[in-house]
Write a protein that binds this ligand. Structure first.
Ligand code: AMP
Ligand code: ZN
Length: 325
């Protein structure tokens, strides 16, 4: 019941002007997940612990995605969920999504500074301005560490390559919708190479994404989409991204009374990242890139929403797809 109390607390302080439906919609499913112990509250919106059952679902999804991509001959790379300042700046993330970025700050002072910090804490005053930027930024998308790593290796092999990554990602978007977390996992296949290869890669994975969603007996649809580019200038970039059909998403209804949730995305970046980092094809051209991103938490939540909170009682075909590889 603690979790319910925590949710009602948050509701009481966060959405007083919203109509009741908007306030209770997402919280109802979240409350059920917390009550079942699948997610563990931390007192911060979008920051949850995961139960053994939730992790078993995440593992099953990852295994199913690995099976689906077994013909890709992908190089498996795993990065910690952070990138360095230089690579972050090269990505130009702050131009497009300053509202989502998370930076790591640490105390770098001396004894006097430490006393000042403790005094602030003691008095209940703001204390984080006593810290300095550490040069480490939380990874905003699992594919971000891949581009500088590939650029540093020199030209790509003939016809490019595919990389398999999995990372916790940070986005500052606190929400009562369980599907919108601040820290969540993305599993991605990232393709780097000539334009034609990326276009074919993305087409293949849109088909495979739909196939996986249907095998998991989920109501899925794929639609054109855009990233949440910041500000008024961002609207123009988002419109152009849609017009050029650079981003598609696989959508599944998860939250009550809300539009369906993007659980996978299929992205073609043209030569944007190739040019920023200087990624070269084997013949010296600028590489094009694309990625397919699977939202592990969102897919898990979609399964829980549609098949119930006890995976032991999920349809046999779904269980087999996740756990008998
Ligand atoms: P994107 O890089 O925005 O295309 O995201 C790729 C996938 O990550 C999405 O399709 C979602 O499944 C997942 N995702 C994005 N943002 C969040 C979030 N705030 N919480 C949970 N999953 C997310
Ligand atoms: Zn990506």
């Amino acid at each position: 019941m603690d979790s319910i109390a925590l949710i009602s607390d948050t509701l009481a302080t966060s959405g007083a002007d919203e109509p009741p439906a908007a306030r209770t919609g997402p919280a109802t499913f979240l409350a059920a997940l917390l009550d079942a112990g699948l997610l563990i509250p931390t007192g911060v919106q979008g920051l949850y612990g995961r139960s053994e059952t939730f992790e078993a679902i995440a593992d099953g999804l990852n295994a199913a995605i690995t099976a689906l991509g077994s013909d890709q001959h992908a190089e498996i790379l795993r990065f910690p969920p952070a990138i360095g300042q230089a690579d972050f700046e090269t990505s130009e993330y702050m131009k497009s999504f300053p509202q989502l970025a998370g930076t790591v700050h640490s105390f770098c002072g001396d004894d006097r500074g430490h006393r000042r910090l403790l005094a602030r804490l003691e008095d209940g005053d703001a204390w984080t301005d006593q810290q300095a930027f550490s040069g480490v930024v939380l990874t905003p998308a699992a594919c971000y560490p891949v581009y500088p790593a590939m650029a540093r290796r020199g030209p790509l092999p003939w016809q490019g390559k595919v990389v398999d990554v999995l990372s916790y990602c940070y986005r500052h978007e606190p929400s009562l919708e369980p599907t919108r977390m601040q820290l969540f996992r993305q599993r991605e296949y990232v393709c780097l190479g000539p334009a034609e290869r990326i276009v074919a890669f993305r087409q293949l994975w849109m088909e495979r994404g739909l196939q996986l969603g249907k095998a998991l007996e989920l109501p899925v649809e794929v639609d054109v989409a855009n990233d949440p580019f910041f500000g008024r200038g961002g609207r123009i970039v988002a419109d152009s991204q849609r017009e050029l059909r650079l981003k598609f998403e696989l959508l599944i209804p998860v939250n009550d009374g809300a539009p369906p949730t993007a659980c996978m995305s299929f992205n073609y970046h043209l030569d944007h990242f190739g040019a920023l980092w200087g990624i070269r094809t084997d013949d010296g051209g600028t590489a094009h890139t694309g990625c397919v991103g699977f939202g592990i938490e969102r897919l898990g939540l979609a399964l829980l929403r549609h098949h119930g909170l006890d995976p032991a009682r999920w349809p046999r075909g779904v269980r087999e797809r996740l756990w008998s590889a």
